[in-house]
Write a protein that binds this ligand. Structure first.
Ligand code: ZN
Length: 166
């Protein structure tokens, strides 16, 4: 563990988060990147790293944020990259930003309309955003494309509904 020079606490705790990555590309084509972190308590930014001793929660948050920023970089190169849009949407879903996740999944569907996983993910994002009808619609679209997980989710929802009506 390392001590934050701004707030005096462990930099591995959830008050310290990766907020951006800065790619460094040399003329010979080598690419590295620097991680920019923020001490949420003091709003100070610093070049950071997560240590191996960090909690599972911190590691998960770190991985989600890293995936998000790499997806954003990929979209700078090709803003119609459906896989990058999907990764970005999944990251937002994990970070609890459902509206941004919905926007990404919808956009990815424009470029890859046959991907049933996008309909499944869209359904999950709508569900978490409290839009159950739109979620059902998306799950149904996924089922029509052969997605089994969406089928299970819809069946479970039906079961819970009929139980609560009894
Ligand atoms: Zn701090």
């Amino acid at each position: 563990m390392a001590i934050c020079k701004y707030c005096g606490e462990d930099t591995d705790n959830m008050n310290h988060q990766l907020i951006s990555i800065m790619p460094l590309i040399s003329d010979s084509g080598e690419m590295t990147y620097e991680e920019i972190w923020e001490c949420i308590v003091t709003k100070e930014k610093y070049k950071g790293k997560l240590s191996k001793q960090a909690s599972e929660e911190s590691k998960k948050s770190y991985k989600t944020r890293l995936t998000l920023y790499i997806a954003i970089l990929r979209l700078i190169l090709n803003k119609e990259d459906p896989e990058a849009l999907k990764d970005k949407g999944i990251s937002y879903l994990e970070l609890g930003n459902f509206k941004l996740a919905i926007a990404d999944f919808k956009q990815a569907k424009n470029f890859n309309p046959n991907d049933d996983e996008l309909d499944l993910l869209l359904g999950k994002a709508y569900e978490q955003d409290g839009k159950s009808d739109l979620a059902d619609e998306a799950f149904l679209t996924a089922v029509r494309k052969g997605n089994k997980e969406a089928k299970n989710i819809l069946e479970n929802k039906e079961r819970l509904k009929s139980q609560s009506e009894q």
